[in-house]
Design a protein around this ligand. Structure first.
Ligand SMILES: C[S@@+](CC[C@H](N)C(=O)[O-])C[C@H]1O[C@@H](n2cnc3c(N)ncnc32)[C@H](O)[C@@H]1O
Length: 412
């Protein structure tokens, strides 16, 4: 690795009593993981690297791979990555502290560690990133990739880099990666994992910094970002992307190339229960056609890509809260059972070229019911956070850039 750097952090407050149970569990997981590992360091690194390479070989394959085979490969990658995390010897605070920053939720490494098992999210991203890198390297001898909010395992890039190293598809002279995360525990874990994977040559820097403030010194060819939760809520994807997009070269790419956030009115039982009764796992390819037809699509609420990010205008409200105006939607007026439906927000993530993470492929693209938005019906105990509209009304959506990012709506 070329260098590590770390910015001084504000004093952190930890140790809330409610995390006690969580703590016992995580310490046990760490200990078990160490016990399992009776291997020498060299042997442990070899099996770790192999699990990453094997998984990417499956992910990048152009022939269909069985769901179970993928799940097992990702599970193995997770098991070995957790051993590295255990060896990083995070303190309880570094492992479990989770808090809300001004731009969104900062998840603890303990909770983030599972994202390396999110099969179809990583598949959609890794296949897209691979094509983007290949495409860029046709026209230049080396590229710089920035991956902010990468978490303790940087799972959208480290497995790919392991694969490149083994296959010699792209060398460390061609691909330079900057990993950024604000959580000290994620940084320690990343340092250990990069060392264990022997990827130091590909990793230019690991930086401990808030991605909404971070200024890279180099211009960036590819910005890889995934700090989203379902319904495009909670985490700071938009604030991070909006800030970092300015460091992309003119022809630089943001991955995902586009996130389309849409709204729909559904019968909850059909959408979230009945349609999954006869399938083994939920995925965009196992969606039930008649459940799809039963939806009332409201249309796109927001589209996030390089061009919309560069043109986004912030509105500052009286109390200093910043919002981004999103789309206006006119509610359909010919739906008989509108008052029985619930509002849900879902995303389609186009990572690069034809690669994507579709609805239900991952927890992040799972439609999110919003029980504060009503059409043609008033909740019995109406609260000030509830929004009530009628069929035919036009609704203006906004996205609030606060510690709890998400959509708010207003009648036009
Ligand atoms: C869900 S985890 C990792 C997600 C990761 N991108 C992936 O693909 O699996 C979220 C991580 O984002 C980091 N994060 C969230 N907001 C951040 C910010 N504003 N700046 C830097 N890191 C941030 C958290 O510290 C946490 O480690």
């Amino acid at each position: 690795m070329k260098t590590y750097s770390s910015h001084p952090k504000a004093c952190l407050e930890y140790a809330e009593p409610h995390i006690d149970e969580l703590l016992k569990h995580s310490i046990r997981t760490q200990l078990e993981s160490l016990l399992k590992s009776k291997l020498t360091t060299e042997q442990r690194q070899q099996v770790l690297q192999k699990s990453f390479i094997d998984t990417m070989t499956l992910v990048l394959s152009n022939t269909q791979v069985e769901h179970l085979q993928l799940v097992n490969a990702f599970e193995s990658m997770y098991d070995h990555a957790v051993q590295s995390m255990a060896l990083a010897q995070l303190s309880q605070e570094q492992l479990t502290r989770q808090y809300v920053s001004t731009s969104g939720l900062i998840m603890s490494p303990h909770n983030c560690k599972h994202t390396i098992k999110d099969v179809y999210r990583i598949q959609g991203y890794a296949r897209g990133i691979d094509q983007a890198i290949e495409s860029k390297l046709k026209h230049s001898s080396s590229i710089t990739i920035l991956y902010p909010a990468c978490g303790p395992f940087a799972p959208l890039l480290l497995p790919l880099l392991s694969y490149y190293k083994e296959s010699t598809k792209f060398t460390s002279k061609q691909v330079n990666v900057i990993l950024v995360d604000v959580h000290p525990g994620a940084i320690l874990s990343l340092q250990q994992l990069v060392k264990d994977l022997q990827l130091d040559d590909y990793v230019l820097r690991i930086e401990e910094a808030d991605a909404t403030q971070y200024h890279p010194t180099e211009s960036i060819d590819i910005l890889v970002l995934e700090a989203m939760q379902h319904g495009f809520t909670k985490e700071g994807q938009l604030s991070i992307a909006k800030h970092l997009v300015q460091f992309l070269t003119i022809d630089g790419w943001m991955i995902p190339q586009n996130v389309s956030v849409k709204g729909m009115m559904v019968i909850g039982e059909t959408e979230f229960n009945q349609q999954w009764k006869d399938v083994d796992y939920s995925h965009s390819i196992t969606i039930n056609k008649s459940a799809q037809q039963d939806r009332v699509e409201l249309g796109e609420i927001l589209s996030i890509n390089k061009s919309t990010l560069l043109n986004m205008q912030e509105l500052e409200l009286q109390d200093g809260v910043k919002v981004i105006p999103a789309n206006q939607i006119t509610l359909p007026s010919d739906i008989q059972d509108m008052n029985k439906r619930i509002f849900a927000i879902y995303m389609h993530i186009n990572t690069f070229a034809d690669e994507s993470v579709g609805q239900y492929d991952s927890g992040i693209t799972h439609p999110r019911p919003d029980m504060t938005f009503y059409i043609d019906v008033k909740p019995r105990d109406i609260e000030h956070t509830h929004f009530v509209a009628n069929s035919g009304d036009t609704v203006q959506f906004y996205y609030q850039l606060t510690g709890l990012p998400g959509f708010i709506s207003a009648k036009v």
